[in-house]
Design a protein around this ligand. Structure first.
Ligand code: FES
Ligand SMILES: [Fe+2]
Length: 420
């Protein structure tokens, strides 16, 4: 096949509809803004893990779709989520990434969230409990009951993750949303409490969906020398990509031969409960949340889009809370040897998606991105991405292969075209 001129380069591939998409889904600023309101403000987001706020009055802050969020643990041990926005004049209430309200702030009392601007205070249930010079300023025109924080739907589930939904009326319950894909790991994650032992975030110049793509296609294992030598065997190539409702995908397990990589060791001894030795499951939740269990260590990725070509990815590593110091050190070694900054895997993935981000940055010409590998829904099939983009099209009411057109299902689209 010779090199192609621009007309050929931008022409539709000779593949079925749904087997390729238009690169504007990654580069268009309007689409990126729309994704925040149409997707991220409507879905369940695993914002953190309960072990990151273990004590009453502990808190963490984060954001979903540009809205600042605070998660607190109350004296009743219940984890709750609120907009981290003061109802008075819109100040960000808490600026620290995490901490405890057991100590008072300079303008407030212990056990309260205090807005430093004019010293209004809120309890762990989001009730406003103090308005400075309330009577003098408001007489009886405004009472504290009218100025509580904005409460958000929040549930702790599937291994102790804290799930928040910005919508008061989510289209599906958390169980309907994530229950099925989590079935493969539920016993392993819920047998005993888990604990976060690793956290870092990366802000990279790429589209958030490209990160999710790389988590849901394993064809790029050619890039990972470690994965090739420990993985490429018959059972690896038989791993199934299973699609679930709502755009989620689970990559089925197989046994990894860690000893095939010089200096690495079996992870059998510290396998999560109920998990056969050295197994490796992966759950990819739409629109960009990933749960990756390599036997003895669980990694989670949570994406926060910061623009069409910028994403923050929060990475967590988890083990069992009951770990001895020695076991924990081994788990951390297992985690870091694959996914740490000097590990054998994560940085390679980041190189891959930043390369894509370079060619698909804002305002670049649109072209075709292929998702057309068909291998019986096994590991190098790209059915996971096809499933994802069909869901994306539905939420956005855009056709992934022609995003300025309204959504229609791939099969119907093909039929309609044939009838023309
Ligand atoms: S803005 Fe928060 S107390 Fe005024
Ligand atoms: Fe990878």
């Amino acid at each position: 096949m010779p090199a192609r001129n621009n007309k050929q380069w931008t022409a539709d591939p000779k593949l079925e509809k749904g087997e390729w998409i238009d690169s504007r889904v990654y580069s268009d600023e309007t689409i990126a803004e729309e994704e925040n309101s149409k997707i991220f403000k409507q879905v369940w987001v695993p914002v953190c893990h309960e072990s990151e706020l273990p004590e009453p009055y502990d808190f963490r802050t984060t954001s979903i779709a540009n809205e600042p969020i605070i998660i607190t643990r109350g004296p009743d041990k219940v984890v709750r989520a609120f907009l981290n926005v003061c109802p008075h004049r819109g100040m960000l209430i808490e600026r620290r990434p995490s901490g405890s309200f057991m100590e008072g702030q300079p303008s407030g009392n212990p056990k309260r969230m205090t807005c430093m601007f004019h010293a209004w205070q809120f309890d762990m249930k989001g009730n406003c409990v103090y308005v400075s010079r309330e009577e003098e300023g408001y007489q009886d025109r405004l009472c504290k009951a009218d100025v509580g924080l904005r409460r958000l739907r929040c549930e702790v589930k599937y291994g102790g993750f804290v799930w928040v939904n910005l919508s008061d009326n989510p289209s599906v319950s958390l169980e309907d949303w994530a229950g099925k894909p989590f079935e493969c790991l539920q016993k392993s994650l819920d047998e005993e409490p888990l604990e976060v032992f690793h956290y870092h975030k990366a802000i990279i110049d790429t589209n958030y969906k490209l990160w999710h793509d790389t988590n849901s296609e394993f064809y790029h294992d050619f890039m990972h020398y470690h994965n090739r030598v420990t993985g490429f065997n018959d059972s690896y190539f038989a791993r199934k990509n299973e699609a679930f409702d709502h755009g989620h995908v689970v990559v089925g397990s197989f046994e990894v031969n860690y000893e095939n990589y010089e200096g690495f060791e079996s992870r059998a001894e510290l396998s999560f409960p109920h998990l056969p030795p050295n197994q490796w499951y992966m759950i990819d939740l739409f629109p960009g949340f990933n749960f990756n269990l390599r036997g003895s260590a669980l990694r989670t990725d949570v994406v926060t889009p910061l623009g069409p070509n910028k994403v923050m990815i929060e990475f967590r590593g988890l083990g069992l809370k009951s770990d001895s110091a020695e076991d924990r050190a081994t788990r951390i070694k297992h985690h870091n040897s694959i996914w740490g900054p000097f590990g054998r895997n994560l940085h390679e993935d980041l190189i891959g998606v930043t390369g894509q981000g370079t060619t698909m940055r804002e305002k670049t010409d649109n072209r075709r991105i292929l998702h057309g590998r068909q291998e019986n829904q096994t590991i190098h099939d790209e059915n996971g991405m096809r499933h994802y983009y069909d869901e994306w099209g539905r939420w956005m009411d855009r056709l992934p292969s022609a995003p300025d057109q309204p959504y229609s299902p791939p099969a119907a689209a093909a039929e309609a075209e044939a009838a023309e």
